[in-house]
Design a protein around this ligand. Structure first.
Ligand SMILES: [Ca+2]
Ligand SMILES: [Ca+2]
Length: 422
């Protein structure tokens, strides 16, 4: 059963006239005249009672923002296809998008023929060839044109119901303008969300995403999220400053995930935090860049980024262990201007094949059991007059500039000397 109270079979005037005509003609051709099956159901206006979208009513067509009122639940069954041109979903109630791995739910362009049938039909156009005087030559020539889907064909899914947790399971979103926005105290519990546009969490706490395939995510304005098994990959150059942005008193816990882009992987600032493990970061800018009272706890991570692997400054803190950092043109790890006691701890990590391995100044650091080796210009650079103690398993440090650095080999590194520099 499906609820028709808020639905209409009458396509709106938003369609061009020929489009409306084709819509009806194609529907009749495919379904036959007066066969009860609905070819495509357009949804208009507000949804004000609990509503259930089912496969039999699919694809559902949205050509404007469909508003789901407070205390109202829109439930979408596995396998349902939602197509849109210029429209979207604005959830002020609750969205229960309950796709399965076998039958995901699609949100896509009205022009997308690959799922939910050929909803847009084809455009027919006819013309004559003419001579130099403009006279028609020969018979009328008729051809058809197929509209192909493009990015930004429709708007977004906005979830904005204060205190309500919506579900997005096995949802595939394509060709939207703004992806998924969760805001105003709403939150999302999601398993397998796949989108060619990113996610924005704004004033949204307690989100959970397991199995996430998106180009970028922005977490801001007192938001929080837990992300596991994500692939955050963007092929667009310069689309955003980073793949993952966390700012404005926001926090992210991220595990077992991959972040790839031409820009920076993860940026956090303005009193924000990241707790992460088992990450693989491959990027053109900075791997993890934190500043302005932000904090990082990071373990079991491989960072291969073009400018800096990890960059910590402006009264931030970092606790880094079992991390490998390589490939940076400036520094594997750069730390400065963090006033807290033991502000930055780096243990059991390998910093190798960067231009400079580890650069620090005006920060209290604890670094031990690290391997800093085979960096191009220097293994270690500090501009401070204070004394630091670093315990290294590997003294393959090619340069130490300025400052007072106290390097001590642990006992079981017998092939290396104990080095003290003043
Ligand atoms: Ca098409
Ligand atoms: Ca078509």
């Amino acid at each position: 059963m499906y609820n028709l109270i808020n639905c209409s079979f009458v396509p709106r005037l938003i369609f061009k006239n020929y489009f409306l005509f084709l819509f009806i003609v194609v529907a009749f051709i495919v379904n036959g005249f007066f066969i009860s099956k609905i070819y495509a159901e357009e949804v208009v206006g507000e949804i004000t009672v609990d509503t259930h979208w089912v496969v039999e009513g699919s694809p559902y067509i949205l050509n404007e923002y469909i508003y789901v009122a407070p205390d109202v639940t829109l439930t979408i069954d596995p396998g349902v296809v939602v197509k849109s041109l210029y429209g979207g979903l604005a959830i002020d109630g609750k969205l229960e998008a309950l796709g399965t791995e076998e039958a995901p739910i699609y949100f896509t362009s009205f022009y997308d023929d690959t799922v939910g049938g050929d909803t847009d039909g084809v455009e027919n156009y006819c013309y004559y060839n003419t001579d130099e005087e403009g006279n028609n030559i020969g018979d009328e020539i008729c051809e058809t044109y197929e509209y192909e889907p493009e990015m930004e064909d429709w708007n977004s899914i906005i979830i904005m119901s204060d205190g309500v947790k919506s579900t997005l399971n096995n949802v595939i979103s394509k060709y939207s303008k703004d992806g998924l926005l969760v805001t105003d105290g709403a939150s999302v519990l999601s398993v397998n969300f796949n989108s060619d546009k990113g996610i924005a969490l704004y004033g949204s706490k307690g989100n959970s995403f397991t199995g996430l395939n998106i180009p970028d995510i922005e977490i801001s304005s007192d938001s929080s999220a837990n992300i596991t098994d994500a692939n955050i990959t963007s092929e667009d150059i310069g689309q955003s400053s980073s793949s993952v942005s966390i700012y404005g008193n926001s926090s992210l816990v991220m595990n077992n995930s991959v972040v790839n882009s031409n820009t920076s992987s993860i940026i956090l600032y303005n009193n924000s935090s990241l707790v992460a493990s088992d990450l693989s970061l491959d990027c053109g800018g900075d791997g993890i860049y934190l500043y302005s009272n932000s904090s990082l706890i990071l373990s079991d991570t491989d960072i291969k980024c073009g400018v800096r692997g990890i960059y910590v400054h402006s009264d931030s803190t970092a606790d880094i262990s079992d991390v490998k950092v390589s490939g940076a043109s400036e520094a594997g790890i750069m730390v400065h201007g963090n006033s807290g006691e033991d502000a930055v701890k780096i243990t059991k990590s390998e910093i190798t094949e960067n231009e400079n391995g580890f650069i620090f100044f005006r920060s209290d650091i604890v670094a031990n059991q690290n391997s800093i080796h085979d960096n191009n210009t220097s293994g270690l650079t500090t501009y401070d007059s204070e004394q630091f103690t670093l315990f290294n398993y590997d003294l393959g440090i090619t340069g130490i500039t300025f400052g007072v650095v106290h390097l001590v080999q642990p006992i079981h590194c017998s092939h290396l000397i104990c080095l003290v520099i003043f």
